[in-house]
Ligand binder design. Structure first.
Ligand code: ZN
Length: 154
């Protein structure tokens, strides 16, 4: 069976940056299951896997434009430290959800100053060229319930 829209695809993958450093991998974990064509994965990966079959290995380089996007400096914001009073242990690198005029977004704490906290709403992988080594483990039809929910059930 081939990878196409509304198929459930199970993949093993390793993701490296341009320096060869491993950023993420399914090695030692369960393979990743997703539904093709519904936006579960970044567009660059979905388009590379389209039409491929179980057992095939795909090595691709995904630019930011079809990955996690280019970095948007307007998403780096300075927030009054008082706004973080509910955080017991505020540290650089902590990720949290914040309401914005465009809806809730995930931000990362970049720097903690005396009165202000610098936060970044870019995805941690935004602006990066991503090198994927993917092996397709299985392909099956999604159930109607999975398509309804937009994610894979076990
Ligand atoms: Zn569900």
């Amino acid at each position: 069976m081939q990878v196409e829209k509304n198929k459930v695809v199970e993949i093993d993958y390793t993701l490296k940056d341009d320096n060869g450093q491993v950023l993420d991998s399914s090695e030692g974990k369960q393979p990743l299951s997703y539904i093709q064509g519904v936006g579960n994965l970044i567009p660059g990966v979905e388009s590379a896997l389209e039409g491929k079959s179980s057992g095939e290995r795909v090595q691709i380089t995904v630019p930011p434009e079809t990955g996690y996007g280019v970095r948007d400096d307007s998403l780096v914001l300075s927030v009054e430290r008082d706004k973080f009073s509910q955080f017991e242990d505020l540290q650089e690198g902590v990720r949290f959800r914040m309401e914005t005029p465009d809806g809730p977004m995930i931000f990362t704490v970049v720097e903690i100053g005396d009165g202000e906290v610098l936060v970044d709403g870019n995805h941690p992988l935004a602006g990066m060229t991503l090198n994927f080594d993917i092996t397709i483990q299985s392909v099956r039809d999604a159930t109607s319930e999975e398509l309804d929910h937009g994610h894979v059930h076990n």
